[in-house]
Design a binder for this molecule. Structure first.
Ligand SMILES: NC(=O)c1ccc[n+]([C@@H]2O[C@H](COP(=O)([O-])OP(=O)(O)OC[C@H]3O[C@@H](n4cnc5c(N)ncnc54)[C@H](OP(=O)(O)O)[C@@H]3O)[C@@H](O)[C@H]2O)c1
Length: 304
C-alpha cells in the first residue's frame, strides 16, 4: 500500500512517518517545505493553493491519503475565518475530489470541537453543535470525505507525543515546566481524553488496512480534566505537582470558545480494530521509551 501523508512535519504527520514504513507499506509525505524527513520523500504543497494538493496526489498516485495538514490554532481560526475556511475547508474538498477521481481512499482528521461540550464524552451518533469557527469548518469539511466511496473521517482530541523540533503539547509542556519547578495554571473545567499520536497513527493505518469507511471517534481510553491530566503526568514521571494551580477556562481570555465537558467515545473504532485506544499511562509508557523523548527530556527528568 502506498500512503501519502499531508502535514508531514506536524505531530500526527511525523508520528505516521515513524510508524508506517514497512515492507508492505510505502509512505510519501507532503508539506510546505519539500525535501526529505529521514528516508521519506516530502512533496511540496500549500493548503492555500488547492491545485498543489491535486498535483501532489496525481504525482504520487497513492492508494490512500491521510490528511493531517490543517490550521490547528483554534483562536486564529476565530480571528481569521476566511483564511481558516480556505485551508481547513476548501483544501479538503479539493483533496477529496482528487482522491475520488484516482480511486484512492482518504482519511481526514476532524475534532471533538464539532460538539458544544455540554454532554461529553460523545459517540459518532450524537448531535453536533460547534461553538467556534474551527469546529464549524472542521464539521463542514467532513461532508465531502464522507460522500466518497472510500472516505474515512476520524475525530480526535488532546493529541500528545514528541518529535524532533516539535512544538510542545499538552503532555510535553507540563513535563518541561514541572521538571523546572515552574508554577503552572491549568484549567479544571475542560474535560476530554488525552490521545497518544503514536497510537492514533497506528490506528489510522489499521483502519485503512481494514477497508473501513465512514465516521470514527478515536480518543485515548481515559476521560479527565486538564488539571487531572497534569497531576497524572506528574505522578507518572515522579515530578513535584505542588506548584500546579487551578483556573477556569473563562479566565484564560481566549478568542474562541472551548467545549467544556467534551471527550470522545471510541467504541466504533474499538469494534472495527479489535482493540481499544491506549489509556493515558499506557501512552506515557510508549512516549517514555521513544529515543527522541529520552534524548530531549531524559536530562530534565534526571535533574528533577
Ligand atoms: N492536536 C490535537 O490535539 C488535535 C485535536 C483534534 C483534531 N486534530 C486534528 O488532527 C490533525 C493533525 O493535528 P496535529 O496536532 O498533527 O497538527 P500540527 O502539529 O499543528 O500539524 C499540522 C500541520 O499542518 C501544516 N500546515 C498548516 N498550514 C498549512 C498550509 N497552508 N499548507 C501546508 N501545510 C500546512 C503545518 O505545517 P508547518 O509545519 O509548515 O506549519 C503542520 O505541519 C489536524 O487536522 C488537526 O485539526 C488535532
Amino acid at each position: 500500500m502506498r500512503i501519502f501523508v499531508t502535514g508531514a512535519r506536524g505531530l500526527l504527520g511525523r508520528s505516521l512517518l515513524a510508524c508506517s514504513q514497512s515492507p508492505t507499506t510505502e509512505v510519501v509525505g507532503g508539506a510546505r517545505q519539500e525535501g526529505l524527513i529521514g528516508d521519506t520523500q516530502i512533496v511540496g504543497l500549500d493548503l492555500e493553493r488547492p491545485e498543489t494538493l491535486v498535483a501532489a496526489v496525481e504525482q504520487t498516485r497513492p492508494d490512500a491519503v491521510i490528511h493531517t495538514a490543517a490550521l490547528t490554532n483554534v483562536d486564529r481560526c476565530e480571528t481569521e475565518p476566511d483564511y481558516a475556511r480556505r485551508v481547513n475547508g476548501d483544501a479538503v474538498t479539493a483533496l477529496a475530489e482528487a482522491c475520488q477521481k484516482l480511486g484512492a481512499a482518504m482519511v481526514h482528521l476532524s475534532t471533538d470541537y464539532v460538539f458544544n461540550g455540554q454532554a461529553g464524552p460523545y459517540a459518532e451518533t450524537d448531535s453536533t453543535r460547534p461553538l467556534s469557527n474551527y469546529g464549524q469548518i472542521k464539521l463542514d469539511s467532513e461532508v465531502p470525505v464522507l460522500a466518497m466511496d472510500r472516505g474515512i473521517v476520524v475525530r480526535t482530541l488532546w493529541l500528545y507525543g514528541h518529535i524532533d523540533g516539535a512544538r510542545r503539547n499538552l503532555v510535553t509542556w507540563p513535563i518541561e515546566s514541572l521538571a523546572r519547578g515552574e508554577t503552572l495554571r491549568i484549567v479544571d473545567d475542560q474535560w476530554g481524553n488525552p490521545t497518544s499520536a503514536t497510537d492514533l497513527a497506528a490506528g489510522l493505518i489499521d483502519l485503512l488496512r481494514a477497508g473501513a469507511q465512514g465516521l470514527f471517534h478515536f480518543g485515548g481510553t481515559a476521560f479527565m480534566t486538564r488539571l487531572e491530566l497534569v497531576q497524572r503526568i506528574a505522578a507518572y514521571f515522579d515530578l513535584d505537582a505542588s506548584n500546579v494551580e487551578s483556573m477556569k477556562t473563562a479566565a484564560a481570555g481566549q478568542d474562541a470558545p472551548r467545549p467544556l465537558r467534551s471527550g470522545l467515545r471510541s467504541d466504533r473504532v474499538s469494534q472495527t480494530l479489535g482493540r481499544t485506544p491506549l489509556s493515558l499511562e499506557e501512552g506515557l509508557a510508549v512516549l517514555a521509551k521513544q529515543p527522541q523523548f529520552r534524548q530531549d527530556f531524559g536530562p530534565l527528568l534526571a535533574n528533577a
